[in-house]
Ligand binder design. Structure first.
Ligand code: ADP
Ligand code: MG
Length: 289
């Protein structure tokens, strides 16, 4: 399912004295099967953008196309339920939303709420718990007896059990240790590859964006500052650095090499192997090509 934001503007508490412009003129295309990363400082509008992807927020200007549906200010579109099923959002700290007595009940809650039978919901719970790398016996436990990392995974399983076509992740690794972060990121990458799950990731980590995404959007003060493939985004890292945003270590290393040798390596390298080969050529022949 394709999603497209077209000149989207959103004002919180519109038409009140507390009105606050959060995002404006935001245009982003997310064709089915994409892995998109959204990056930006706190307050740049990332979470506001995400909530438009399943019509939790309705734009106060512009429009959002979700599959064959159009969401805009004056469009009195009802039936938003099927959108919520097709586009699953994993909010920040999703474990805060666990509430049932058992993990199984918690995972089954969403699908059953959408009319899935109890038997089918339980089957989905077993599949989902496996997908997030937890043992099946955890289904019988109270979510509150799990470790932090396990709770995070259980909450993610609840979203997967809805069998969404698009999964939207708002800083899914916040607060996890480095190992937990890597495992969760690898899990989403696997789901993306194996199930062709369209993935939208909000992250602070340029390293994760460079490694996993095929498109990157940089948000700044409610606007899209830059968008493109990782190679396009990092081919001129100076602008990002000026905004105070991180760039991947490997990109900074290439910049340093280029400055030291007063040369250009010809393209932006995001893999250690390719960069090493280019440097080896530079040292052997005096030029990188
Ligand atoms: N519920 C809200 N009410 C009013 N303003 C909000 C609300 N949520 C976010 N904002 C404002 O909208 C802007 C964008 O916020 P947000 O989308 O949460 O950014 P990010 O996710 O990048 O940190 C910020 O200026 C923020 O203060
Ligand atoms: Mg946010």
């Amino acid at each position: 399912m394709d999603i497209s934001l077209q000149q989207v503007e959103y004002r919180y508490q519109a038409d009140t004295p507390f009105e606050r412009l959060a995002i404006q003129d935001v245009s982003i295309d997310i064709p089915s099967g994409t892995y998109l990363a959204i990056i930006g400082h706190t307050g740049s509008g990332k979470s506001t953008v995400l909530q438009h992807l399943n019509a939790l927020l309705k734009p106060t200007g512009g429009k959002v196309i979700i599959g064959d549906r159009e969401i805009s200010r004056n469009n009195k579109e009802k039936r938003l339920r099927d959108i919520r099923q097709k586009v699953g959002i994993v909010f920040q700290f999703p474990e805060h939303q666990l509430f049932e007595e058992t993990v199984e009940k918690d995972i089954c809650f969403g699908p059953m709420n959408f009319g899935v039978s109890e038997e089918e919901a339980k089957k989905r719970a077993r599949q989902a718990i496996k997908q997030v790398g937890l043992p099946e016996n955890i289904l019988g436990k109270s979510p509150f007896d799990l470790s932090g990392g396990q709770m995070r995974r259980a909450a993610i399983a609840g979203v997967l059990a809805m069998e969404p076509e698009v999964i939207v992740l708002d800083e899914p690794t916040a607060g996890l240790d480095p190992r937990g972060r890597k495992e969760i990121m690898e899990m989403f990458h696997r789901l993306h590859r194996e199930r062709n799950l369209t993935t939208v990731l909000v992250t602070h980590s340029m390293e994760d964006a460079a490694r996993y995404a095929d498109q990157i959007v940089i948000m700044h003060k409610g606007n899209v500052f830059k968008k493109g493939s990782p190679e396009e985004i990092f081919s001129s890292p100076e602008g990002l650095i000026k905004l105070g945003l991180d760039v991947p270590e490997i990109v900074r290393f290439q910049l340093k090499i280029e400055q030291t040798f007063q040369t250009k390596l010809g393209k932006t390298f995001l893999s250690m192997e390719e960069l090493t080969e280019a440097i080896a050529r530079l040292l052997k022949r005096g030029n990188p090509v």
